[in-house]
Write a protein that binds this ligand. Sequence first.
Ligand code: XMP
Length: 515
Amino acid sequence: MKESILIIDFGSQVTKLIARRIRELGVFSQIIPFSDIKKKTFKEGFIKGIIFSGGPKSVDEPNSPKISKYIYELDIPILGICYGLQLITQQFGGTIIPSQDREFGKTNIALKKKSPLLENVFLKKKNQVWMSHSDKVFKVPNNFEQIASTENCEFAVIQNLKKKIFGVQFHPEVVHTIGGEKIINNFIKNICGCSRKWNMKYFKNQIIEEIKKKVGQDKVICGLSGGVDSTVTAVLINSVIGKKLICVFVDTGLMREGESAQIETLFKKHFQIKLEIIKASKIFYKKLQGVSNPEKKRKIIGNQFIKIFEKFASQQRNVKFLAQGTLYPDVIESLSKIGKTSVTIKSHHNVGGLPKKMKLKLLEPLKELFKDEVRMLGKELNIPESFTERHPFPGPGLAIRLLGCVDKKNIKILRKADAIFINLIKEEGLYDKIWQAFCVLLPVKTVGVMGDNRTYEKICVLRAVTSVDGMTAEAFKFEDDFLKRCSNEIINRVPGINRVCYDFTSKPPGTVEFE
Ligand code: XMP
């Protein structure tokens, strides 16, 4: 039976983590911004529980996010986290006050009364939880009772058992809350009665049925980028409609070493999927000639890509759908009306999301999954790990790693250096510990000496970062000897480079890519 937990987002930085924890526990969960909640959201009847997320506002502030009170009459259990707890308190007639001693980070909590939410949790006198708030409950509403408290927060957990409404001031979804996962499990299993059967196999079967129903006898076109998302999308759709799927790979000439060949082998030989390879490097290099501005480079590549893709699509008959590897974080980000920045740092270019003008209907089978879930689905579909575990690669490819103007000769130099760096990382067993690693070629020359000769060549920068989602990143800490080895190998084997540097910049203030 289809069942899910609905997470109503009030703007917390960690809302996505709630969805992650619930899915890890075997229940499907969805995040919807508070402003998009409608009565019809609950109509289909498979929402077994509701979680109110935290949020940056104070409930007493004008224009702070609210929710219609009919939600409390649906007879669906509710768990409010931080702002969620405060909103419940306010809407049931309790009071919230600013806390004099604000609590951010780890703090200790003590149980005051038994609760099904806290079964087998907080068994010690002092138990660690993670707080992030500046308001607290001052007066509990009628019919609610205190369950646990911290030194600065008397009502850190409250409940109305009859209505199955619970509130916690701390964040159970954050790993620093010891027993946080148990609390979420108690809520979804014991209180909401979820059967916890959701897993990747279940999802795969469910999504296959949905694709069958949606596509029927029509044809689907899918742009491949060589990345995990478009690969999994294509293999999944192929498993449902076979030859009615047309995959297109535009070879821009800006790919990593061996990329085009690998895609061809995987699709044509391994999966016997129909694949059109459009060799277009000439036109990309021509359009990029003399252009050094990063945004211009990105736009030229994006536009050229659409043109080629559109032309191809217009030549196909009976194509009704365009398949894209859109992921859940992309969906949430475009839905969320909270905390959106209006500054464009970079115009991200993807295969997906571009050809809006083509009048094709969208097919986005991964739009409910997180990146690592897509990798799990890839495994379910027997896609080799060499593909599913690959580091992310940006749409504009090597063009944004060759700083300044793009030309074939320097792309070749960069591609070779990059392959050496990545292979050394793999040999050292570090590839899976790093979120993304690559080389960048700087448009300046430095003096060196090789043998008895003076050299005057380019600088290669090594970049390797750890990250959860690419939003923030830290430079990976290599051993000195490993970096020296990379430097030697690259300089010895790649004519055109005579100096190698390592980039220690985190994001922020840097970005992962240089352009
Ligand atoms: P930045 O450089 O913005 O990169 O810190 C964050 C992550 O996004 C990737 N990236 C892109 N991915 N199309 C993509 O599909 C793009 O245009 C693009 N630009 C950057 C980048 O590689 C990193 O993983």
